[in-house]
Design a protein. Structure first.
Length: 330
């Protein structure tokens, strides 16, 4: 096998589901225009960091001097099938909710039911860079990126052949669907690159139809100002009254555009047993969330992406959900 193949094989052994390689060149003009138009229209909401480091975000070589290649990795996070007893108890809870016999709960996005992926993926990427150094020699440089670095990771993943970017603006792999967490290694090592895949979802609008707030626009743009994931996770300040009712019982994030995707229906569940999954985080007790102290919040969600939003944001979400749930059951 070639060195590129050895690296991709090692990535699979480390628990990643997808591995591909692209060069460190800048995004093409079409992708660059899509991104800059999105910013110009104000669709980035209050995510001011998206407007910063534009040159780095669209050109991996600006993040690492003498960069030659970007190794893109994907981790499937589709939740495991819940035990029948748990599925039954959740069904009973949903039914009894409308009889005022159960504790009001809020839904948590699928990826947040796992341990914090930032730390987990970074740890695995460090193992991969150690492997690369062992087989390719010392003196190589690497930059590990997991979500927080200014990098157009979905566009790069698509260029590396991991999938295509769908109308839900997620990376979609034809086999694994759209529930994929991404990580990248920018390196000075020159590697053979992979070709993009040709699939698309041009004839399907299910994600657009499923979006509760119209954040996925019919013109193909994504308006973060209306996105429930953005509003319940990153938004600072009050959520506009026109949108609070549409949040429903979504306490943290939203999966509607993902779950509506036809590629998701037959996708396999996460097979990585090292990536810790919490069966009890699909729905959280809203009143208990409202009664959490800062100390208890940090202890309970120490290894969760939920902690990143902060207790104030989560409590605000819980109050909105509680109002929506109470009104819907009257």
């Amino acid at each position: 096998m070639s060195l590129a193949q050895d690296i991709k094989q090692k990535a699979i052994e480390l628990g990643f589901d997808l591995a591909g390689i692209t060069d460190a060149s800048a995004l093409d003009n079409e992708q660059f225009k899509l991104f800059t138009d999105w910013l110009a229209f104000g669709y980035a909401a209050r995510m001011d960091y998206m407007r910063e480091n534009l040159d780095k975000r669209t050109s991996p070589a600006k993040l690492l001097e003498n960069a030659q290649s970007v190794i893109c990795l994907g981790l499937n996070y589709k939740p495991p099938r819940r035990p029948p007893s748990l599925r039954a108890s959740q069904s009973d809870a949903r039914q009894s909710h409308f009889r005022h016999e159960t504790t009001p709960t809020g839904r948590v996005a699928n990826y947040a039911q796992y341990e914090d992926y930032h730390f987990f993926i970074k740890k695995q990427l460090r193992k991969l860079t150690d492997f690369i150094s062992s087989v390719a020699g010392e003196g190589l440089q690497f930059k590990i990126c997991v979500d927080s670095a200014p990098l157009a990771e979905r566009a790069l993943a698509a260029r590396a052949g991991l999938g295509f970017i769908g109308k839900n603006h997620m990376l979609i792999n034809p086999t694994l669907g759209p529930q994929i967490l991404l990580g990248e290694i920018i390196t000075t090592l020159m590697l053979q690159t992979d070709e993009p895949i040709t699939n698309d979802c041009s004839s399907c609008n299910k994600c657009i139809d499923a979006c509760p707030t119209g954040a996925l626009r019919a013109d193909g743009q994504f308006d973060a100002n209306k996105c429930i994931s953005y509003l319940t996770i990153e938004h600072k300040g009050e959520i506009p009254a026109a949108l609070t009712g549409k949040i429903g019982d979504r306490l943290f994030g939203c999966d509607e555009c993902v779950l509506a995707c036809p590629y998701q229906q037959d996708a396999p569940v996460c097979k990585n047993k090292q990536f810790k999954f919490y069966n009890d985080r699909a729905r959280l007790d809203l009143r208990r969330i409202l009664n959490l102290t800062q100390e208890k919040f940090e202890a309970e969600f120490a290894d969760s992406t939920i902690k990143r939003s902060g207790l104030d944001r989560v409590k605000t979400n819980a109050r909105i959900c509680l109002t929506n749930v109470t009104c819907s059951s009257i």
